[in-house]
Write a protein that binds this ligand. Structure first.
Ligand code: HEC
Ligand code: HEC
Ligand code: HEC
Length: 693
């Protein structure tokens, strides 16, 4: 066994033990000690999105994509997608060695527009094969899986995944109906499946894991309202989820092909693999040509450039640059170009030596398939004119886009181990820390996570996180749950005003209530431990009893909505209103901001119409209650990686104070009205409506 796998296994075992102890000790601990669980892959980072990890959400999703119950079986799904009379069909078999390790037996069926399918139809299903050596063993995901797929050995058939590109509104029979990618998964017996174990780390409700690798943004739908509606596809949140999901390109160099059955070699399948990728790029072009005022409009530039470049024999791609607009479809010919490097990653005098190697060794194999499908269209356009605004950087289209995230990459890849976000990919990346991890680290300014002997340290060591210094009134909740790889917690007071009576409600739980009887500065320390080491973080909590409003009095309508909707005129360096751009009236008509992913004005907020957007809910989705500092609501406007650039400039005191208000509101539970309810949104009932008084 490789050392890494061993250490992960130990952690997992340790985690389970800790969980058992806890259950044994206290019947219902309100402060669960969270240790890294086997489920940290294939899930969104912001725990708000965990709302979608529920059977209700799965049911609502399947209701939207199969409202007339025609696809409850694979046979039914194939029938509605016309598999018996495809205009173009193909069959390919390979092993996805990178992401899931499965042998994949894949069938495509395409229909040109016809009376049966007025807008045309494109559908793909794939039977997955795993030869299980032993439950939970990494070698379950080895090369033998492709042979099982070729032999169609049903003993090893673990399930079937399917995507159809069909009208968003299934009742729309017009040739111009807008098509979206809809996801389904079936049991080996062919029945629609509601949850799936994709990587040996436990079952997860679908389609969250599917959508996460296929470029989608999940929103916590109002599942009851969706289920009660005859036209659920009219809900804006439903549309945003469906419209942002995409097909994946086949990266031929990352696959294994059969060695035992020559007719399924790569060479024998090359023409079909090319035709497949040609069809995938056509779906991107079709999505790009959609209504550009939709808040989920995607800039397909980079995904299209990648696809076209990989089939461009002379190496001179004429993929459109920075248009986010419409594209002329192309008929691919020739072989897949494994050594293709997209424009944004080519060596130039301005880029550090070795960027192409970074792309080929790290970014393409470990990040691009997920990231090239992410992002928006609005930010990209802004980037063209103002290079310091990198709104769409999350697609990693260029070295500059990528490296702008250096601090977050260091945190996500090297400290938390959450990226790459799938287990096989992660294990492959960390196979030899001196190889890819060291290469990536060498591009990160100030990277310092090395062992004494100079090797890059793998994630798994404890990482204490309790947020930033803060000003508050007593008592206040301190929270160490964002810490990583913790098996025990300890709170300590290191320093405080002389004579103060300061106490923690519990010194060993992740969450604690700190109270004191005296104003002043308190240095608080969190120490976390696991079998690999110890980590500490100190923060200064300034208790100021004259503070108003206090962290627990902040509410959405009095304190947050005005920040979003009004400029702050009191500053010399004044802050502009978020609604200058995030505006449902202005943005759709603006060349720069059409398609902006979220609006903050009231025009879209009719709390009594469930098909309307809710301002409060839209903001809540962008808030991370577990790790407030990591909320995208705060991260975006304070960084270059925002289509609006730096709107809250932390070097300007007034702006910093505004950010602190938002941060304190999130720490206080992101309440709608104070007193309106006692629960935090992550603890149960959410009043997502939060009507304007
Ligand atoms: C870890 C990332 C990941 C997850 C999770 C995932 N997919 Fe995919 N999927 C891919 C990639 C990458 C491809 C391209 C082919 C390949 O590499 O195997 C793909 C290909 C497919 C295809 C073939 C059409 C295409 O897009 O190329 C279907 C159908 C599909 N996935 C459905 C699903 C469904 C349904 C789920 C959830 C049950 C799912 N996928 C989960 C990454 C993922
Ligand atoms: C299996 C899919 C997948 C892979 C592989 C992957 N990512 Fe991600 N990444 C995501 C998703 C999904 C998000 C958004 C998470 C969220 O919103 O909760 C994300 C977010 C991020 C972010 C934060 C961007 C922001 O929103 O501010 C960074 C940085 C990042 N990834 C870096 C990387 C790097 C570096 C790699 C390769 C070493 C990588 N990722 C590989 C899926 C992936
Ligand atoms: C000058 C125009 C402009 C201003 C002002 C502006 N933004 Fe943005 N914002 C954008 C654009 C364009 C995007 C889309 C590209 C991107 O994701 O960065 C965006 C994206 C975002 C996102 C990501 C949304 C999502 O769903 O992924 C958040 C969050 C955000 N902005 C918050 C804010 C906040 C909060 C303010 C005010 C403090 C603000 N913005 C002010 C232009 C602006």
């Amino acid at each position: 066994m490789k050392p890494l796998i061993r250490s992960l296994t130990l952690l997992v075992v340790f985690g389970l033990l800790a969980a058992c102890n806890e259950r044994g000790d206290t019947e219902e601990s309100s402060n669960p000690v969270t240790v890294e669980t086997p489920n940290s892959f294939l899930r969104f980072l912001n725990n708000q999105r965990d709302i979608v990890l529920s059977d209700d959400w799965t049911d609502a999703y399947y209701y939207v994509v199969d409202p007339y119950l025609e696809r409850q079986t694979l046979a039914g799904w194939k029938a509605v997608n016309g598999y018996d009379n495809c205009d173009d069909e193909l069959h390919i078999i390979f092993r996805d060695a990178k992401d899931l390790g499965y042998g994949r037996d894949m069938y495509m069926c395409k229909h040109e527009p016809s009376s049966q399918f007025p807008a045309g139809r494109f559908a793909v299903f794939v039977r997955n094969f795993i030869v299980k050596v032993e439950s939970g063993d990494p070698s379950n995901y080895g090369p033998i899986n492709v042979e099982a797929a070729v032999e169609a050995n049903l003993t090893y058939h673990v399930g079937t995944n399917a995507i159809e590109f069909s009208p968003l509104d299934p009742t729309d029979a017009s040739p111009s109906a807008e098509k979206v990618a809809k996801f389904y998964t079936f049991t080996p017996a062919g029945n629609l499946n509601r949850s799936l174990d994709l990587d040996g780390r436990g079952k997860k409700p679908v389609p969250q894991p599917c959508l996460l690798c296929h470029g989608s943004t999940l929103l916590p739908w109002d599942t009851e309202a969706v289920m009660a509606s005859a036209t659920p596809w009219e809900f804006p949140d439903v549309q945003q989820t469906l419209r942002s999901a995409k097909y994946n390109q086949l990266e031929l160099e990352s696959f294994d092909y059969s060695t035992q059955h020559p007719s399924w070699s790569r060479g024998n399948q090359e023409e079909r693999l090319r035709r497949f990728n040609n069809n995938i790029v056509d779906t991107y072009m079709e999505m790009a040509a959609r209504d550009k005022t939709n808040p989920e409009h995607w800039c397909a530039d980079f995904a299209i450039e990648l696809s076209m470049g990989r089939y461009d024999a002379d190496g001179e791609v004429d993929a459109p640059a920075n248009s986010c607009d419409s594209y002329a479809s192309v008929l691919y010919s020739g072989l897949y170009q494994e050594d293709y490097v997209p424009r944004g990653w080519r060596q130039t005098a301005e880029r550090p030596e070795g960027v192409e190697t970074l792309f080929k060794r790290v970014v393409e194999p470990h990040c691009i398939s997920c990231h090239s499908l992410r992002g928006t269209a609005a930010g990209k356009r802004v980037t063209d004119t103002t290079p310091q605004r990198r709104g769409n950087a999350v697609n990693f289209a260029s070295y500059e886009d990528f490296i702008g995230y250096a601090d977050i990459i260091e945190e996500y890849v090297f400290r938390r181990g959450v990226m790459p976000l799938s287990l096989r990919n992660y294990l492959d990346f960390w196979d030899d820390p001196a190889d890819k991890p060291a290469l990536l680290a060498s591009f990160l300014p100030g990277f310092d996570t090395y062992t004494a002997s100079g090797a890059v340290i793998e994630p798994g060591r404890p990482r204490a996180k309790i947020g930033e210094d803060r000003i508050a009134v007593s008592p206040l909740t301190l929270d160490a749950t964002p810490s990583k790889f913790a098996s025990s917690y300890q709170w300590q007071l290191i320093e405080g005003p002389l004579g103060a009576n300061a106490v923690f409600s519990s010194s060993r739980d992740a969450r604690t209530l700190f109270s004191t009887d005296m104003d002043g500065d308190y240095t608080v320390r969190m120490t976390i431990v696991n079998m690999l080491g110890v980590d500490r973080q100190d923060i200064v909590v300034t208790i100021d009893s004259s503070m108003s409003p206090t962290q627990n009095e902040l509410n959405f309508y009095d304190d947050i909505r005005p920040i979003l909707q009004q400029p702050d005129p009191s500053q010399t360096n004044k802050r502009e209103a978020c609604t200058n751009c995030h505006n449902s009236v202005i943005a759709p008509t603006s060349a720069l901001y059409r398609g902006i992913p979220v609006y903050y004005d009231d025009a879209v907020d009719d709390p009594f119409d469930p098909t309307d957007r809710s301002l409060y809910r839209d903001v809540l989705t962008r808030v991370d209650l577990v790790e407030p500092e990591n909320s995208i609501l705060l991260r975006k406007p304070t960084r270059d990686q925002h289509g609006g650039g730096v709107v809250l400039d932390l070097d300007v005191p007034g702006h910093a104070a505004t950010r602190a208000t938002i941060l304190n509101w999130i720490r206080g539970g992101a309440l709608c009205f104070v007193g309106d309810r006692t629960l935090r949104p992550d603890e149960g009932e959410i009043n997502e409506i939060c009507p304007i008084p």
